[in-house]
Design a binder for this molecule. Structure first.
Ligand SMILES: *[C@@H]1O[C@H](CO)[C@@H](O)[C@H](O)[C@H]1NC(C)=O
Ligand SMILES: *[C@@H]1O[C@H](CO)[C@@H](O)[C@H](O)[C@H]1NC(C)=O
Ligand SMILES: *[C@@H]1O[C@H](CO)[C@@H](O)[C@H](O)[C@H]1NC(C)=O
Length: 970
């Protein structure tokens, strides 16, 4: 506990200096990013921060970073929050890699090109459901408590920040880069202010001058004041939890104390939620992400995100917006390969239904500027006591936002009501039209706006919601939406001197009435109703009144800093530019699509992905045309492919040569799990931090020995297998709910020889734990805490250990420290393209190899996906769930899946383009680890198409080095 005392001693010393510290605090280091109690400003312009979490290390195909960031930008996100993962860049103390898939400069460049800000979060500790919460493997063997002030830990994190900080510093907005904010650390429960302060001082010393932020795990009042205080404090909230098994039950309720907490805790800063629930992760043996997508669906987004706004949040980051893949061994034991997270963009980069809601809210927060500077007032009621109304008013313009939801945020009741508003234009009960009402049909929330100037028009109120509005060419355009069948009422100010004319171009009736200076429209939301209003104000107004499912098919790309166009129809519109009279649109279609474009009148030509499309002008002055869908895509059937097969547990053979293995002879360990028997059999202690680990033990056999007791600690959902003298003793799967399991293997009579005996143990690991509580939980053992011969009076075993080739001196620097483990096939490079399997046995699937242990399968196949298409591909395992085997599979040498047949839940494994070559030859290698003879098979394994989109972006193949005999000497 030396380290803890350090913490308090140094914190006390610093607190004496706190006046000086505060003075040193760095609000004046730059003027690009400023803030007040309402919101952040960038270059003196208010911004509502609508941010999505994205982890580059969960998408190791750097060109696709652009795809994800463009999809975020198209939904109205103006920022991406990015964790930088220490362990991903550092296989060994002192070694740091920022090349290839780790090229963070490329990430910053892409963000700049796309036009999206970055909130950088470099830890050192990040949690994030990654191995050790982002700590490198080599940190697991250090002595001092981490995440407090200690010399050993300080030396370690100083290495990391010295390596990553120059990238963050160079790419700050003050240097024309995308970084606007820099988070320090990650929630800390056993708070050590001096540690926090030391991190801040390091960022500052390394030239990070943008505001520093903190991410409290909840409203826990950390680091808003005193030693270690940051510039902008924020807290997390995951109100729904992670119980995807009951996706229709909403256990959490929308919180209403945050505004008060913020006003008392950090009233001079904006209300920031650095992580709000954007989805949910799912554990080994879980129910799968489809159910998580139901739990955290568009209704959750509507009710909970809007409640955040009602509480005063103007800086919101959604975790995860793009989850990606725990490829290789990057995940911690609580997650399996997919980290889809049921986020707004799927693991395979497809756009689920809930993306549409993000787009509606994203554009609203970016378009309606008064939303960034509001105060709450107790100003309004509904004529239905079931309805909660939070009223916000802009301090500058008086524009009001009535955020309505059910009092009980998970209510399923269909409610209708009228709202009493007291706006800059007077008091009204809306809607005013008899027999109409505002609807909240079950889990829903709406933002109703009054007294809002947009373009040259003035919205008195609308009972519907605003997607966006813009001046396009000579007229104003706005889009209002509500769910299909709901009533709509919109009132606009009219210019007394003009005579307003309202012309509807849809099939749904729109009635109008003018009362004094107010023009009122009444209608029902269904499909799309374009309405042109002339004479209300100059210029004309084109109003789209739409149902929800049509609203989410609109896009509002900016053609430059000022101008926007509106586009309806395509699956995705990535961007637009205007050169002379040509409007160039970029995007993706999933089928033949009718496109409608609201463009400046000067536009004569429209191109889509560079090709001219023929367009007609509608009666209300928009352009319509047709876009082609994707070509028909085919992939080979891998069940018909030629497969090669080889046995791969030579370590079980008593005569196997383990002379170059490391002798496991430690008698002490820095692990927090103390072993029950010695020597220490923890892989980390011998330099192996990832994937499968082999142990071989030799003992001389008095016949009194009757068995072997083991405690295997591989992490949740892992397991181990044991052999004696080449004979299989048995396998022990570790359940998803436990990180270790005991087993006793009884030897049969005569199985122990009187001379030398050999035990072979294969431990599968599922990664290191995180460090949630600052108790070094990530230093939990990965190995065998107990290996005891039963009978024979504590006969000593001489142990050796083997893990990934090279240990911390990884041999595959391109794919990095988490890609491969210590299976024989991995060490020997059987997973790599270019390895010659010509001497292996030819087999076809399904194939049963009838013996427990490890076996490998390989095949190659060609793909020829047409250019100009984005075709997400995946591999699917299908088998009888009673069979207890695991498989890891590699595509072109990249480990892209850990499959647990009996445990589940994942059966479909997306592999991003670039890792899988869409044009050319691909190599698949699968290591199957079988726990019993009946389970020794690879049954149905095939490639499948998850979707086909005409468009996409150009993706270069990721450098995937071939097998090299010289380095794969095992
Ligand atoms: C409307 O608000 C104003 C300003 O707060 C207040 O003076 C007035 O009494 C309110 N009117 C009604 C009808 O509530
Ligand atoms: C017209 O406006 C007046 C005052 O602004 C109001 O009292 C009246 O109720 C309105 N009539 C209708 C039909 O909305
Ligand atoms: C295309 O995407 C839209 C969502 O934009 C979806 O509603 C539709 O079903 C998709 N069509 C096909 C053929 O996949």
């Amino acid at each position: 506990m030396v380290a803890k005392n350090w913490c308090y001693f140094i914190t006390y010393a610093l607190s004496l200096l706190v006046g000086a510290q505060t003075a040193l605090r760095t609000r004046a280091l730059q003027t690009a990013v400023t803030w007040d109690k309402y919101s952040l400003s960038i270059h003196n312009e208010r911004v509502f921060v609508f941010s999505g979490e994205f982890h580059y290390y969960r998408l190791p195909s750097p060109d696709l970073w652009k795809d994800v960031l463009e999809k975020m930008k198209a939904a109205g996100f103006n920022a991406a929050s990015v964790y930088f993962s220490w362990g991903y860049h550092s296989p060994k103390s002192g070694e740091y890699d920022f090349t290839g898939i780790r090229d963070v400069q490329k990430l910053f460049d892409i963000a700049n090109e796309v036009g999206i800000y970055i909130i950088s979060r470099a830890g050192p500790y990040i949690n994030a459901e990654v191995d050790s919460g982002g700590f490198p493997g080599w940190l697991t063997t250090t002595k001092d408590l981490t995440r407090v002030y200690s010399p050993e830990y300080t030396a370690a994190w100083t290495e990391w920040l010295s390596a990553i900080d120059p990238y963050i510093a160079k790419n700050q907005i003050t240097n024309k880069g995308p970084v606007i904010l820099n988070q320090v650390g990650k929630f800390i429960f056993n708070m050590c202010p001096s540690y926090m302060q030391a991190l801040e001082d390091k960022f500052r010393a390394d030239g990070v001058i943008v505001p520093l932020t903190f991410n409290d795990a909840w409203t826990n009042s950390s680091f808003g004041h005193g030693v270690g205080a940051v510039d902008i404090y924020g807290f997390d909230s995951y109100p729904q939890g992670f119980d995807c098994a009951n996706p229709n039950i909403w256990p959490g309720s929308a919180q209403t104390y945050w505004r008060g907490y913020h006003e008392s805790f950090n009233p001079t800063e904006p209300l920031y939620i650095p992580e709000f629930q954007g989805g949910a992760f799912d554990p080994w043996g879980g129910v799968g992400y489809e159910k998580c997508a139901t739990l955290i669906n568009y209704q959750f987004e509507r009710v909970f995100y809007k409640n955040n706004y009602a509480q005063g949040v103007t800086m919101l980051n959604l975790y995860m917006t793009y989850g990606g893949t725990n490829w290789g061994n990057i995940g911690y034991p609580g997650v399996y390969t997919s980290y889809d997270y049921a986020g707004g963009i799927s693991e395979s980069r497809q756009l689920p239904y809930k993306y549409g809601e993000l787009k509606l809210q994203g554009h609203f927060t970016q378009t309606v500027k008064p939303f960034s500077t509001t105060f709450w007032f107790n100003g309004s009621t509904a004529d239905n006591s079931d309805i909660r109304v939070d009223t916000l008013q802009d301090v500058y313009t008086g524009t009001q936002f009535y955020i309505v939801r059910h009092q009980n945020s998970s209510s399923l009741v269909h409610d209708t009501f009228h709202l009493n508003v007291n706006s800059t234009d007077g008091t009204f009960t809306i809607p005013q039209q008899a027999s109409t009402a505002i609807t909240l049909d079950g889990r829903d929330s709406k933002i109703i706006v009054t007294g809002y100037d947009f373009g040259s028009h003035h919205l008195v109120y609308s009972t519907n919601e605003i997607f966006t509005h813009a001046q396009i060419g000579k007229r104003n355009v706005a889009l209002l939406y509500a769910f299909e069948g709901e009533d709509g009422e919109t009132a606009l100010k009219v210019n007394r001197s003009a005579k307003p004319a309202v012309k509807s171009f849809g099939n749904n009736p729109v009635t109008t009435c003018v009362n004094g200076t107010t023009l009122r429209l009444n209608y029902k939301h269904q499909g799309i109703t374009p309405v042109v209003i002339t004479g209300a104000a100059e210029p004309d107004l084109l109003l789209y009144l739409t149902g929800y499912d049509d609203a989410i098919k609109f896009w509002a790309p900016k053609v430059d800093d000022k101008q926007t166009v509106l586009v309806y129809g395509p699956y995705l519109v990535r961007g637009a530019s205007l050169k002379g009279t040509t409007l160039a649109l970029r995007g993706d279609t999933n089928a033949t699509t009718t496109i409608e474009i609201v463009a400046p009148e000067t536009v004569k030509t429209v191109t889509w992905n560079g090709e001219k499309i023929s367009v007609q002008t509608t009666l209300y002055g928009t352009l319509v045309g047709k876009l082609a869908g994707p070509a028909k895509i085919t992939v080979p059937n891998l069940l018909k492919a030629k497969w090669k097969f080889n046995w791969a547990s030579p370590e079980t053979d008593p005569n196997f040569d383990d002379s170059n293995w490391i002798v496991a002879n430690h008698s002490t360990t820095n692990s927090i799990t103390q072993p029950e028997t010695l020597p220490v059999l923890y892989a980390d202690d011998y330099g192996y931090h990832t994937g499968s680990i082999w142990f071989r033990g030799k003992f001389n056999g008095p016949s009194a020995i009757t068995g072997l007791e083991l405690l295997g600690q591989g992490g949740n959902g892992s397991g181990y297998l044991a052999w004696l003298n080449g004979e299989y003793l048995g396998g022990t799967p570790i359940p998803a709910t436990s990180s270790s399991a005991n087993a006793t293997y009884t030897f049969s009579k005569g199985q122990v020889k009187s001379g030398e005996n050999t035990i072979s143990l294969l431990l599968l690991t599922s990664g290191h734990d995180e460090d949630w509580n600052v108790d070094d939980q990530f230093k939990s053992a990965r190995g065998f805490g107990k290996a005891l011969l039963v009978g024979g009076n504590n006969t000593a075993i001489k142990w050796k250990v083997q893990g990934n080739l090279g240990g911390e001196d990884i041999v595959d620097k391109v794919r990095g420290p988490y890609n491969e483990g210590g299976l024989y096939g991995e060490r020997a490079g059987w997973h790599l393209p270019g390895f010659s399997d010509s001497k292996w046995q030819s087999v076809s699937l399904p194939y049963n190899f009838k013996q427990p242990g490890v076996a490998w399968f390989r095949t190659t196949f060609n793909l020829n996906i047409p250019s100009g298409h984005d075709v997400p591909l995946a591999f699917r395992f299908t088998d009888d769930k009673s069979k207890e085997y695991r498989a890891i599979f590699y595509v072109n040498g990249w480990q892209f899946g850990k499959y647990a047949n009996a445990l589940g839940p994942q059966t479909v494994f997306p592999v991003p383009e670039g890792i899988i070559k869409h044009n050319g030859q691909n190599t698949v290698a699968i290591g199957v680890i079988s726990f019993n003879a009946n389970s020794s098979e690879l049954a149905n394994f095939n490639i499948e198409i998850l979707g086909a989109y005409c468009g996409g972006i150009k993706v270069n193949d990721v450098d995937s080095p071939n097998y090299n005999k010289a380095v794969r000497r095992v």
